[in-house]
Design a protein around this ligand. Structure first.
Ligand SMILES: [Zn+2]
Length: 514
C-alpha cells in the first residue's frame, strides 16, 4: 500500500516542504530509501526501523520503499525520522490516512522511539499554516515554540507510540486540546547594569545615546581602563523595547540555530552579542554547507560589540562592511543564495596604540611605525561606515565626586524611544525605522540644511577632508541629534555636534583618504 506524509526542512531561513512517501508490497523483504538523500537521511532508515520495533509494532517481512520528494532537492538533517516512521505505519494500514491529511510532521527519533527536538520549528509551523495545514505534530520540546503561531494546532509528542495513538484516533483529545499561546507584552531589558554606574564620561555616554537613538554605528577609542566596555555593555539598558513583529523576526533566526529556550521561546529582549577576536568568518557572518545565520544575524535588532577591534584579523573586520551597509548578508552556495537579516548596531572599542596610551607621549612607549601599524588595522573604508567616532578619556577626579548626579538608563531610554518614534512616523512611507537607514537620495530630502548650516557643512567638508559617505553620515547623525531634541530642523548646534564625532578619526587616522 502507498501512503504519503507532509514534512519540511530549512534552507537558511526558508522552509521547503518535503513529501515523504512509503510503499509496502509483497516483494522480496527489503528496505530501500531514495530521493537525493544526504548520509544523515540515509541513516534514518536503520534508526526508524529500530524505533518502530521498540514502540511495539512488528514490521512485516515486506518490501518497503521510501521516497522523499521533490527529487531535485538535497535532503539533509534528521528531522525526517518521524514522518518516515509514520509513512511506513500508514502504508501498513496501522494509522488512519485520513488523519494525516492537512497535517505536517517533523522530528528526530532515537532508537527507543523517543522524539527529539529539531531546529527551525517556528518558521516551519508558520509556513505550514500558510499552506493550509490544520495541525503540526512536533517534538514535545518544540511545542511552545510552534505554538507561537496562531491559528494552527501544534501537538508536541514525546515518543513514536504517542503519535501512533493520536493517529489511530485512540487519543483524539490531542487534536482538540486547547493551546496556551505565549502572551505578548512590552518587555524591558532585565539587568543590574545602569548608566548611572558610570561616573563622568559625559561625551561617550552622550555618543552612545545618539548611536542608539538613530541606530548609528559607533567606535570608541581611548586608553585601557576608561570604561569603554562598561559603556558598551550598558547599551541594552537604553534600547527601546522590541515590538511584537521584531520579536517574532528575531525568534525565527534563533529557531533556525536551535537557540531558543524551550519553556519561554519568544525572544523578548534585543540581543547584545559580544564577539571575541578569535571569531571565524563563518561564525561571524554565517555559513556551512546549508548556511546558518552567524553572529551578525544573531545581533539582528540589537547590538554587535567588538571589544579591542584592532586585535581582530583584518579580513574579519572587512567582512562587516557589506552587512553594515545593506543590513543583511548574502551567502552564495552552488544551489543558490541565502539571505539572512543583519540589522545590527555595531559598537566597537579600541586602544589607540599597542600600549594604549597614545597620544599621551609621556606615557606611550610605542614607536611611530608601531602606532601607525596598529591604527592601520582599521581601514579607511571601514571607518567610512562608522557614524560616530568618540574618544573616551581617563576619568577626571571631580567626576568621581559627583556621586548621585548621573542620569539613569531609564531617563536616557525615554529620550531614545521618543526620538525613535519621531523617525518611525517620518519614514513610514520609506519603510525604514531610523536615520541611519536613509539612502543618499533621501538624506537630501530629510536632512535639509538652512543657509548657515549649509555654510558650516561646506567649510567642514573641506577642512576635515570628508569623504562623500562621511558627509551623508554626518547629516544623518545631525538629524538624530535634532530628533532627540524634538526639533523639526537641523540647527547649527546639532550639526556641530555631529561633526565633532568625525574629528576623532581625523585626529588618529588623518581623516578622509589617508
Ligand atoms: Zn603606545
Amino acid at each position: 500500500m502507498f501512503s504519503t506524509v507532509l514534512s519540511a526542512t530549512l534552507r537558511g531561513l526558508f522552509v521547503e516542504f518535503v513529501q515523504v512517501e512509503a510503499d509496502t508490497s509483497n516483494g522480496l523483504p527489503m528496505f530501500h530509501m531514495v530521493g537525493y538523500l544526504s548520509s544523515e537521511v540515509k541513516e534514518a532508515g536503520e534508526r526508524v526501523r529500530t524505533a518502530i520495533k521498540n514502540s511495539g509494532v512488528a514490521l512485516p517481512a515486506k518490501k518497503i520503499v521510501i521516497n522523499l520528494s521533490p527529487a531535485n532537492m538535497r535532503k539533509k538533517g534528521s528531522m525526517f525520522d518521524l514522518p518516515i516512521a509514520i509513512a511506513i505505519l500508514a502504508s501498513l494500514g496501522e494509522v488512519e490516512e485520513v488523519r494525516l491529511r492537512d497535517a505536517l510532521l517533523v522530528g528526530e527519533l532515537s532508537l527507543d522511539g523517543a522524539v527529539k527536538h529539531v531546529p527551525g520549528i517556528l518558521p516551519i509551523v508558520m509556513e505550514a499554516k500558510k499552506r493550509g495545514c490544520r495541525v503540526c505534530i512536533v517534538p514535545k520540546e518544540n511545542q511552545k515554540e510552534g505554538s507561537l503561531v496562531d491559528g494552527i494546532q501544534v501537538i508536541g509528542v514525546e515518543n513514536l507510540a504517542e503519535v501512533y495513538e493520536i493517529l489511530k484516533g485512540k487519543h483524539s483529545e490531542g487534536y482538540r486540546k486547547k493551546q496556551e499561546n505565549e502572551s505578548w507584552d512590552i518587555h524591558f531589558h532585565e539587568t543590574k547594569l545602569d548608566y548611572s554606574d558610570i561616573h563622568g564620561q559625559r561625551i561617550a555616554k552622550r555618543a552612545a545615546e545618539i548611536a542608539v537613538a538613530g541606530n548609528h554605528n559607533m567606535l570608541m577609542i581611548g586608553p585601557p581602563g576608561t570604561g569603554k566596555s562598561m559603556i558598551a555593555k550598558r547599551i541594552p539598558t537604553i534600547l527601546p523595547p522590541l515590538t511584537k513583529e521584531e520579536s517574532m523576526e528575531l525568534t525565527m533566526i534563533y529557531s533556525v540555530i536551535g537557540g531558543l529556550n524551550q519553556d519561554s521561546p519568544l525572544m523578548r529582549e534585543r540581543p547584545f552579542r559580544e564577539v571575541h577576536q578569535s571569531v571565524t568568518k563563518t561564525a561571524l557572518i554565517g555559513g556551512g554547507t546549508i548556511p546558518k545565520p552567524g553572529e551578525i544575524s544573531l545581533a539582528h535588532k540589537g547590538v554587535l560589540f567588538l571589544d579591542e577591534i584592532a586585535e581582530f584579523q583584518k579580513p574579519v573586520i572587512e567582512l562587516l562592511r557589506q552587512p553594515m551597509e545593506e543590513h543583511q548578508i548574502k551567502i552564495l552556495r552552488e544551489r543558490g543564495e541565502y539571505l539572512f537579516p543583519a540589522e545590527f548596531l555595531l559598537v566597537a572599542a579600541m586602544n589607540p596604540c599597542p600600549c594604549g596610551n597614545y597620544p599621551d607621549l609621556n606615557k606611550c612607549m610605542c614607536t611611530t611605525p608601531q602606532i601607525r601599524n596598529y591604527l592601520g588595522r582599521i581601514s579607511q573604508p571601514f571607518l567610512d561606515r562608522i557614524d560616530i567616532c568618540v574618544e573616551v578619556e581617563k576619568i577626571q577626579y571631580q567626576d568621581l565626586q559627583n556621586e548621585g548626579e548621573e542620569e539613569t538608563s531609564q531617563t536616557i531610554r525615554e529620550r531614545v524611544s521618543a526620538a525613535r518614534e519621531i523617525q518611525r512616523k517620518r519614514y513610514q512611507e520609506l519603510g525604514i525605522l531610523t536615520n541611519s537607514e536613509l539612502k543618499v537620495k533621501d538624506v537630501e530630502k530629510y536632512c535639509h540644511l538652512g543657509v548657515k548650516e549649509e555654510r558650516m557643512m561646506r567649510q567642514a567638508f573641506e577642512r576635515m577632508n570628508l569623504t562623500a559617505r562621511m558627509y551623508y553620515k554626518v547629516l544623518a547623525v545631525a538629524r538624530t541629534i535634532a530628533d532627540l531634541e524634538g526639533k523639526e530642523n537641523i540647527e547649527l548646534v546639532h550639526l556641530a555636534e555631529a561633526l565633532s564625532y568625525r574629528s576623532m578619526d581625523q585626529k588618529y587616522w588623518g581623516g578622509g583618504e589617508a
